[in-house]
Design a protein around this ligand. Structure first.
Ligand SMILES: [Zn+2]
Length: 138
């Protein structure tokens, strides 16, 4: 059995969204644009357990598609733009929105997995690299 009170989901999701460690919120979660670190530099929490896989791109497409789709319809009816104007605005806008959402949604998904002890995040046999720097239990 797992105890859900010691790993609240929403603070972990928020920390992941900010691309920080879902456990302590201080160490960086990402080492590059989308690559997660092996462990947190602040508390030692291992991140290699995460299995975000296709989740972040799926959620990115879901959000960006639901924003851009109606915006395209509205803009076309309101302005009747030229094809080049239309492609420039919505092509570049879609790419920029996707690039902004993708790492944040990946971090949030890693936060969900950490809070729910998914994919090895709950193994008690995997101690933090620096137990003395682990955040105090609340
Ligand atoms: Zn940490």
């Amino acid at each position: 059995m797992t105890d859900s009170t010691d790993r609240p989901v929403w603070p972990a999701v928020w920390n992941g969204w900010r691309r920080t460690c879902p456990r302590c919120g201080e160490g960086a979660l990402m080492v590059k644009y989308l690559k997660t670190r092996d462990h947190c530099d602040a508390c030692g929490q291992a991140f290699h357990h995460h299995r975000a896989d296709d989740g972040p791109p799926y959620l990115t497409l879901l959000i960006v598609g639901h924003v851009v789709g109606p915006a395209m319809l509205w803009y076309y009816v309101a302005r009747e733009p030229s094809p080049w104007e239309f492609m420039a605005i919505f092509g570049i806008g879609s790419v920029l929105m996707s690039l902004w959402f993708l790492p944040r949604l990946k971090g949030a998904l890693v936060g969900v997995q950490w809070a729910n002890r998914m994919h090895g995040f709950g193994h008690e046999t995997d101690p933090p690299a620096w137990p003395d720097r682990a955040p105090a239990a609340e």
